[in-house]
Design a binder for this molecule. Sequence first.
Ligand code: HEC
Ligand code: HEC
Length: 237
Amino acid sequence: MFVRGAILSGCLIFLGSTTVFAQDAGRYPPDMAERVQACTPCHGAQGKGTADPYFPRLAGKPAGYLFNQLEAFKSGRRKYPPMNYLLAFLTDDYLRQFAEYFGDQRPALPSRSPTEASKAVLERGHVLVTQGDLERSIPACASCHGGSLTGQAPGIPGLLGLRASYISAQLGGWRYGTRTAKTPDCMQLVAGRLTEDDVRAVAAYLADQPQPADPAPSPGGSYSLPFACGSQPEGGK
Ligand code: HEC
Ligand code: HEC
C-alpha cells in the first residue's frame, strides 16, 4: 500500500503541472502522452494492464463506458480512494479525453493465466454467462455483454481480458454498494441475484476464456438488452 500511495502522490504532481485547455490540436491534446503518465504506473503502457491482478486493463474498452467510470469515481458513486482523489478536481472534458484515448488503444491482449477452478465450477460459470438462470431471474451475461462478450458501445464493457479476482471484486462492489452506476443500475440488480458461488464461477469462467480475435465492442443498439441500464441510454441507440 505504501508503494501505491507513493505512485499516487507522484501522479497528483503530474496532473497539477499539465494544462487543461488544449483541445483543438487533433483528436487529443498535444500533451496527452504526458498526461497519461499519471495513469500508466497502475494501468500499464497504453492502458494494457499490469501484473497486478487488481489493476484493470483500460485499452479498447468503449469510451462511453470509461467516461462513465471516471465520472463515477469523481462523484464517489464508485469507490476506490486512489482513483477518487486523483480525479476529484478534473473537468469533464479532461475525463472524456482520457476515456477516448484509452478506448482507442489496441496493445496486445494479455495471455490468460491458468485457472485453479474445477471443471464443475467452470461449467456453472459457462451456463450463467451464456444462458443465465431463469428460475432465479438471472439473465445471461451475454444478453447485455454480447455473444462474443466484447460489449456494446457506448456504455457496456467487454468481459474478456479481465482477471478473476478483479471480476469478483467488481461484482462484490455492486452487491455491497461500493460500486454503483447510473440508475437504473442493471448490474446491481444482476449482481444482487448472484450467490458467492455464482460469483466465483462466472469470474473463473470469464478469466479462462481465450481472447476474441476482434475485441472491439458491437455498435450501439446492435442488439436489445433484456432490461434497461442507465449507463446504456435507450438500449445504446
Ligand atoms: C494508484 C493506482 C492507480 C492510478 C494512478 C490510476 N488508477 Fe485507475 N484504477 C485503479 C484501480 C485499482 C481500479 C479498479 C478500482 C475498483 O473499482 O476497485 C481503477 C479503475 C479505473 C477505471 C475503471 C476501469 C473499468 O474497467 O471499470 C478507469 C476508467 C480508470 N481507472 C482510469 C484511470 C485514469 C484515466 C488514470 C490516470 C488519470 C488512472 N486510472 C490512474 C488504479 C489506479
Ligand atoms: C441488463 C444488462 C446486463 C446484464 C444482464 C449483465 N451486465 Fe454486466 N454490465 C452491464 C453494464 C451496463 C455495465 C457497465 C456499468 C457501469 O457503467 O459501471 C456492466 C459492467 C459489468 C462489469 C464491470 C466490468 C469492468 O471492467 O469493471 C462486470 C464485471 C460485469 N458487468 C459482469 C457481468 C456478469 C458476470 C453478468 C452475468 C451474471 C452480467 N454482467 C450481466 C450490463 C449488464
